[in-house]
Ligand binder design. Structure first.
Ligand SMILES: Nc1nc2c(ncn2[C@@H]2O[C@H](COP(=O)(O)OP(=O)(O)OP(=O)(O)O)[C@@H](O)[C@H]2O)c(=O)[nH]1
Ligand SMILES: [Mg+2]
Length: 400
């Protein structure tokens, strides 16, 4: 299962444009709210420096691609309907889109930094993007609070007066958010609360809901429409504002990424997703050239269009995931080729986790791993690092 990144935000901020740019899909985009109603899921990629060149090998990726030593590893991207204040109570398209986000591991909050759309996504001037950042977090927190409240109610009706574990009921109620019993207990205790909801007041509940939301839906802000001067001004103010130190911001232009990918497909430019530069290689009209030069200025100034960067920030910085290559310590190739795979694993994964991730049989029969760079044996509980190349030594092969 690959990681799932959800694109969220109010209407008209550019979620679908971002989605299309990252996945080369063609879902509708429009300068009016609620262009998107049904969620779309597509394949996007995160970049990892390929390990093959270090071993004098050429890789043959089983999924994704490798371009000039950069591996593009697939992740899933979900484009959902825009969210307006009060969505948790059914406003706008209401709760439906909230459940579309259930299965996501991390969110990219797309914010229109140009200030040219109001809180409902209608055209305006001078809107403060900070309002959007605040409301989205609040809306998600309210949604979590509602679900948490239902879990508490069920617990109280079921066990009135009897001894029971609240964390089990809450974890069950909130299972769709990807939180288990142990983690739920940890979060409750870390908030300084007793394992008894009768002792919690409204503030305790709110803080608990917020904490669970932050853990299960961590987020990156993609400051979109940064190709406009208004967005660039807002970027300076907002990224300097200490109120927003808890968030990571990536300057982005979904437009620029889409334009460059389209131009690359048409053979007009030489551009690899995520690069901070490109070359014009085909015949272009004066008008096209002027447009591309404008994009070039932006891309060089901000170190890329920000679309790749936002996805990678989400996976590797916010979630702290690592990429691991299965390797072969003696360098021999099997008939399927070398460096076929590159897996994205959660932070703190061990050799054994890696084995189970590939196949439960390999995990069950695991003896140890071998670090292919140093040729040293690594234990089952050895914690892996980003870009490790590991051979798994197991008494069992993966069943076909
Ligand atoms: N200047 C600029 N405009 C953009 C950018 N990205 C998107 N837009 C424009 O913003 C408008 C809304 O884009 P969409 O991608 O449909 O926005 P959305 O967030 O999916 O909207 P809903 O589906 O209604 O929630 C369109 O007119 C896009 O062309 C960008 O990077 N720069
Ligand atoms: Mg849309």
């Amino acid at each position: 299962m690959s990681y799932r990144i959800g694109l969220v935000g109010k209407p008209s901020v550019g979620k679908s444009t971002f989605f299309n740019a990252a996945t080369m899909n063609d879902v509708p985009e429009g300068a009016y709210p609620f262009t998107t109603i049904d969620p779309s899921v597509g394949e996007a990629y995160v970049r990892v420096d390929c390990a093959a060149p270090e071993f004098d090998e050429t890789c043959t990726p089983s999924v994704g691609v490798c371009e000039d030593g950069t591996r593009f590893v697939p992740v899933q991207l979900v484009d959902v309907a825009g969210l307006v204040p009060g969505a948790h109570e059914g406003r706008g398209l209401g709760n439906q889109f909230l459940s579309d986000l259930n299965e996501t591991d991390v969110l990219v909050h797309v914010v229109d930094f140009s200030g040219k759309t109001d809180i409902e996504g209608e055209a305006t001037e001078g809107h403060d993007p900070r309002e959007d950042i605040d409301f989205l977090e609040e809306e998600l927190d309210q949604w979590y609070l509602d679900v948490l409240g239902k879990g508490i109610d069920k617990y109280e009706t079921k066990y009135h007066g009897a001894e029971a574990a609240i964390e089990a009921d809450l974890a069950e109620q909130m299972s769709a958010f990807g939180i288990g019993e142990d983690e739920m207990k940890q979060v409750i205790l870390a908030q300084g609360l007793e394992l008894d909801p009768e002792t919690w007041d409204d503030d305790d509940r709110e803080e608990l809901a917020r904490e669970i939301r932050k853990r299960t839906k961590p987020m990156v802000v993609a400051a979109n429409k940064m190709d406009t001067p208004e967005a660039q001004e807002n970027w300076e103010t907002i990224t300097d504002d200490p109120e927003y130190d808890h968030l990571s911001f990536v300057p982005a232009s979904a437009h620029a990424e889409k334009a460059l990918k389209n131009a690359a497909e048409a053979g007009v430019v030489d551009y690899t997703a995520g690069d901070d530069a490109f070359d014009i290689v085909g015949d272009v009209s004066d008008e096209q050239e002027a447009g591309l030069r404008q994009i070039e200025e932006f891309v060089e100034g901000y170190g890329g269009t920000g679309v790749q960067q936002a996805l990678e920030e989400a996976v590797f910085d916010v979630l702290d995931c690592i990429a691991v290559f299965p390797g072969s310590a003696n360098g021999s190739k099997d008939e399927k080729g070398v460096f076929r795979d590159c897996f994205i694993l959660p932070e703190g994964s061990t050799t054994e986790d890696f084995a189970f991730h590939i196949h439960s049989d390999i995990g069950e029969g695991l003896l140890h791993g071998t670090d292919c760079r140093s040729n040293r044996q690594v234990s089952k509980d050895h914690e892996l690092s980003h870009r490790d190349v590991i051979e798994l030594v197991s008494t069992k092969q993966a069943a076909p």
